[in-house]
Structures are given as C-alpha cells and as structure tokens.
Design a protein around this ligand. Sequence first.
Ligand SMILES: [Zn+2]
Length: 325
Amino acid sequence: MTSVLLTNSVLCCFRQPTLEWASKTLFEEIRASINNNDEEDRSFWRPVLPWGGVFTIKAGRKAISCIPLYVEVQLKNTCTIDGFLMILYVILRDNQGFHRELAVFLGKQFVEHFLYLMDSCEYTTVKMLWIWNRMSKRQYRSEIHRAALEIDLFGNEHENFTENLENLMSTTQESMCTNGGCPGRFQNFRKTTINIREQPKKKKNDDNSLSKRAKCLPNRCNGLREFSQRLFCHGPPPFVILNMQQWRSEDLSYVPYHLALCQHRYLLEGATLFNKQEHHYSAAFQIDGCWMHYDGLRSDNLILLNKPPELLLLSSLVYVRASDK
Ligand SMILES: [Zn+2]
C-alpha cells in the first residue's frame, strides 16, 4: 500500500527527458572510450551503476506527507538487477528502433525515464524505477530501519528481472492428442520465459526431429500428443534472454553466437555471469564487437576485455534481433 503511494510520488519526481543534443549519452561515452582506450588502463573513467544505492526522498514533496515513516531508501544486493539494467541500456541505445518496440511492453514513459536516468547517471533512481515499476512486492524483502526503508534484492536474477518483462518473450505451443476421446485433447501451453534445455552438440542439425510427439501423460490416456512449433505470442521480440542455469558447465563452450528464432536471426549481445561462492552476478556485453565486463561491486566497474568473456559461470545469454537489412 505505502509503496503504491510512493511509486506515484517517485514517478512524479522524475524530471522529464529533455532534448540535449549537445551532450553525449552514457552509451556514446562508453563507445568513445572503447575507441580511445590505451593498453595500460582498460577501465571506464567513471563508475557506472554501482552496487546498492541510497535513494533520498526529498523533503517538501507530497511523498513525505503520505509516508512519514522513512526519508530514504537503502538498496542491498542489487546485482540481481544491475547487470540486466546495464545490458538493457546498451541494447536500447545501440538499436534505434528498439525503444519504440519495448515501449509496447513496458510503457513509453518507463522506457524514456529509464534511458534518461541512465544518461543522467541517476543510478539509484533507475533501480528504484525498476523495483517499483516492474517488480512485485513479493519479489524482494523490505523493512524499515529507523528512518530508512531497506530493500534487499538478494535472490535470483531471473525472478528479479527476466520475469518482469511482461509478455515480451511469451511463447505459445499448441498440442493435440491422437485419441479422440482424450479429456484434454487440445491444449495450449504458454510460457513467459525461454528455457533452453541442454542441447549436446550431436543434435545440432536435428531441430526438426526433436520429440514433437510424446505420450499423453497428464490425462493417462493411451494416445500420443503432437506438439506444434512454439511461437512468439507478440511476434519476434527485439531481444531474448535465455536462462542458462540448467546447463552443465562442460556444455557451455558450445554457446551459439547466432540463433534462428521464428525466421529471424538473433545475435549474441551480452551475458550475465553468476559466482556461486559469492552469490554475486556480473554481466558482459559487446559494443562494436568489443566485449566489456560490468561488475557493480568493483571500484572500476566497467572494464574493456581483450577477448570474449569466459562463459563457464553463465546465468543467462542475451541475444538481439538482427536487422533485416
Ligand atoms: Zn490424450
């Protein structure tokens, strides 16, 4: 309840985007740093999206009269959203048409605020925008300590990020049982996330013969269930995030750089990595073919890599739709 009131107040506090053509966007600055990098120092010159954050609710705003309980919000364990926010920003700035497409799912205002806040280095506010605009309250722990609301995002990044992308990646698959008397003869399976099962290299050319027929188990009938091809409900999305948690590390060396989905080509653009010992996520993405590694906990949190990242600690892969040109 309180967070609903505060969400509105916070959204009102965001300044509207203004057209500042003279100043470079954060993306343009990062891109320029890649082109001018010297071998000695491969880190970006200023912090980008640091871990955690403190969001101060400005006195005098309506928010304070609604909620006298706290005057600041402290964020903890934000790495479950930070890496994806970074990749989302790079994708949107690197692909001109995508922000209009994404606005269909996340709202025009959200997308504009998101880009504006990233470009203005309002990194805590951008996390607040995600938490209050996209996440549901059951996805994080929050409690009040003295005059501060503490929000702890400890958990799984697919729950904290990927599942909150609305219907962007939702797919549907129809199936029919060969037994005319089957109680659930026609079925429609809808999924909002993409989980790719391990596909050993041998099966590479086997796409069409993958088990499209299976025993009709849930209904305990003797029929065979035939599955149609899985299709995107809202057309091919601008990008897809594959959940790689179930892959064994020895299979990760076969990660594809291209994907064919619904007659569109998708190119690997980024990845998120998970360090099990530290329960910490970081991310890697490419700009102009150069890979960068982002880790919000590191003091130099954006580093130019001299080769593609090791994907042995993979949590997810992010692919962008190739242009039709
Ligand atoms: Zn059946």
